[in-house]
Ligand binder design. Sequence first.
Ligand code: NDP
Length: 244
Amino acid sequence: MAGGVKRFAVFGDPIAHSLSPRIHAAFSKQTNIPLSYEAIHSPSATFEDQLAKFDGAGANITLPLKSLVVPICAELSDFARRIGAVNTLSRRLDDHWRGDNTDGPGLIQDLVERHGVNLYGRRVLMLGAGGAARAAAFALLETDIDSLVITNRTPERAAELADALADPERVMTDTFADFRNEHAFDIVIDATSAGHTGGRHKLPKHLIAPTTVCYHLSYGTAAQHFVAFAREAGAKREGDKMLR
Ligand code: NDP
C-alpha cells in the first residue's frame, strides 16, 4: 500500500474483459477517494498463492474462483455462506479476509431500483443452473415473487438447484420441451453462459409477452443474442447490466 493509497484488484481467469478497473477509476475520480485497482489474471491453480502475496485492502473475485475462495475466508456473510460463493473480499483489522457475495443482492437492486420492476407476485423463469443462477435464485426467493421456474440444458442441474433452494411451494423445474402449456412469464432471467460460446437457447417465444421483463446477467456481447431474441419475441423491457 504505497503513500496511503489503498490497493484493490479483481482476480479471475479470463480477466482481460473486466470493466472493474475502469469503473473503480471513475469512482475514485468522482468521490476523490484515492485508490489503485488492477485486474489480476489468476488461474485456479495459482490463485491461493497470488492472493496470499496480495497486500491490498480488498478484492473482487470472479469466474472461476468464486467457490475456491470460500475456504480461504475466515469470515463469511450469511448470503455467501448459503450459496457457497464469494465475489467480494475485505481485509479485516487482524489481517484475515471476510467474504461476501453481492451477485444476488445486486441483481435485486438493479431490477427494483434501476429498472423499476415490482417483484411482488411475479412469475419468474430462470434459464441456467450454474453459479450465477444459484446466487440469483437465492436472492429472488428472499423477495415476494410468486414462483420461480428453473430450466437448464442439463435438467439434472436444475433439479439439484431446486433441491438446494428448499422452497417447493414456489420453485419448479421445467424443460424447454414441456413449456408448450406455459403462459408468458412476468420476468425471464438468462443466467447461462451460452452467449460466451455462441450457444443458442431454443426458448419458445410464447413465454414472452410485451410486458415481460427480460434480463441477462452478463453485459456486452455475451447478452446480445438473448436481448435480440427477447425483442423479437415482443418484449419491451430488457436489461443486461450486471457486472462480473
Ligand atoms: P456456470 O459455468 O456455472 O454455468 C453456466 C450455465 O450456462 C449452465 O446452466 C449451463 O448449462 C448453461 N449453458 C452454457 N452453455 C449453454 C448453451 N449453449 N445453451 C444453453 N445453456 C448453456 O457459469 P456461471 O453461472 O457462473 O455464469 C453464467 C453467466 O452469468 C455467465 O455469462 C457469467 O458471465 C454471468 N455472470 C455470472 C455471475 C456469477 O455469479 N457467477 C455473476 C454475474 C454474471 P449446463 O448445466 O447444461 O452446462
